[in-house]
Write a protein that binds this ligand. Structure first.
Ligand code: PLP
Length: 414
């Protein structure tokens, strides 16, 4: 709050498409999709109409002992898309992580292996900031203060291609990291319930991208050593990496998938943890204690589910994934000419781009953010990593503006 005395909050009056507008009428291109949640722009008429229609029938009813049409339809659709047929709803990403962790442990307990009570994650991982989720998160600035409150978990070597040796390919490095995981599981698998991972991109770590072979190998060794694989697709799900879900690019099926952020197109808070028949069956019993006793008041909220259904419908109606391919190719063709900038590790996966700026400016992150805003572009570098994660509806002119402004601001701030 003290920092905001010199850097006042920016009050936003309205949004439309990729643009946010303040009360002076100044426009800002939302280059981070309002923290990775918005898919089809602000003020999207079809999502708005779906929520409004739902609002006229049923805003909310508790899911304990009750159900409603949007939640049934959404569960059927997500089950078909992921191949995991059972949905458990909450309202934010961190809760989806908590649910996966608790459910994984409870599964092992129900089948007579309660000693499997440890979790693994990757170095530099991010899975949310409630106490359980923070325990498997590995970002020092979020974690260190609360360390005494957290449960120990082990972090596996990150396959982020930037960490490879100079002469090592992303694939070779990912394989080396998978060897490490395999060795660890071989030794410790009897105590480990689950390995949680962000498929293809560690977004909060500064868009750390890695080769899909790591996911394939992780699936193989988790199966071999009877450890659940939890895919946290909260940031990368719903088309961000080029496929509907990132796991598709490694052709793997995890035991749990956590989804949130883009699920409602950025309109309302909703998250879901999906799992398999096999895990579901271990809870199916007359004994209440074997059931998964976890609840949130707004679980499966009808308005949020209707926004999610409208979002999924847009993917079909607008052929979003193939249209995005053209946008990806266009942006890539532009940035491959950025030779004169002090940047390294330019990388792309689907609708996410990032590069690392080489600068001696200790305040690069802050300077870049302020300068870009002054130019009408909302970007929030992570350290010296500048990234674009725009709404999918961004037009060619808007892309040109985003790129031109970014280039200008990099030069000014580096
Ligand atoms: C944002 C995010 C979360 C946490 O979601 P919240 O809704 O902010 O709690 C968890 N995992 C990943 C990969 C995320 O990007």
């Amino acid at each position: 709050m003290k920092a905001h005395e010199t850097l006042p909050l920016l009050p936003i009056d309205s949004g439309d498409g990729v643009w946010l507008k303040d009360f002076e009428g100044k426009r800002y291109l939302d280059g981070v999709s309002s923290w990775w949640v918005n898919l089809f722009g602000h003020n999207e008429p079809r999502i708005k109409a779906a929520i409004t229609e739902q609002l006229n029938t049923l805003e909310h009813v508790m899911l304990a002992g009750f159900t409603h049409e949007p939640v049934v339809q959404l569960s059927e659709k997500l089950g078909a898309l992921t191949g995991l047929g059972h949905c458990f709803y909450a309202s934010d990403g961190a809760s989806a992580t908590e649910i996966a962790l608790k459910m994984s442990f409870h599964y092992w307990r129900n089948i007579g292996q309660p000693q499997k009570n440890q979790f693994l994650s990757l170095q530099n991982s991010y899975h949310g900031e409630t106490i359980g989720a923070l325990s498997v998160t590995d970002v020092a600035i979020f974690k260190d203060t609360y360390a005494p409150l957290l449960r120990q978990s082990a972090q596996m070597q990150s396959p982020d291609a930037r960490l490879a040796e100079a002469d090592e390919s992303a694939e070779a490095y990912a394989n080396r990291c998978a060897d490490f995981l395999e060795g660890f599981l071989k030794q410790h698998h009897t105590e480990i319930a689950a390995f949680i991972i962000e498929p293809l991109i560690q977004c909060a770590a500064g868009m750390g991208m890695y080769h899909p072979v790591y996911l394939k190998r992780a699936r193989e060794v988790c199966t071999l050593y009877q450890v659940h694989l939890i895919a946290d697709e909260i940031a990368v799900g719903f088309g961000r990496t080029g496929t509907m879900f990132a796991c598709e690019q490694a052709d793997i099926k995890p035991d749990f998938i956590c989804l949130s952020k883009g699920i409602t197109g950025g309109y309302l808070p909703l998250s879901v943890t999906l799992t398999s028949d096999e895990i579901y069956q271990a809870f199916y019993d007359d004994s209440v204690a074997r059931g998964f006793l976890h609840s949130h008041s707004y679980t499966g909220n009808a308005l949020a589910c209707s926004a999610a259904l409208a979002t999924l419908a847009i993917f079909e109606q607008d052929d979003v994934l193939s249209k995005n391919q053209a946008k990806t190719a266009y942006i890539n063709s532009k940035i491959c000419t950025w030779h004169d900038l002090p940047i390294v590790n330019a990388r792309n996966q689907g609708m996410i781009w990032a590069f690392d700026v080489q600068t001696k400016n200790q305040q690069f992150q802050q300077h870049f953010y302020q300068q870009a805003l002054a130019e009408g572009l909302l970007l929030r570098p992570i350290g010296n990593t500048v990234y674009w994660m725009p709404p999918y509806v961004i037009s060619q002119d808007e892309i040109d503006f985003m790129l031109k402004t970014t280039k200008q601001v990099v030069i000014a701030c580096a």
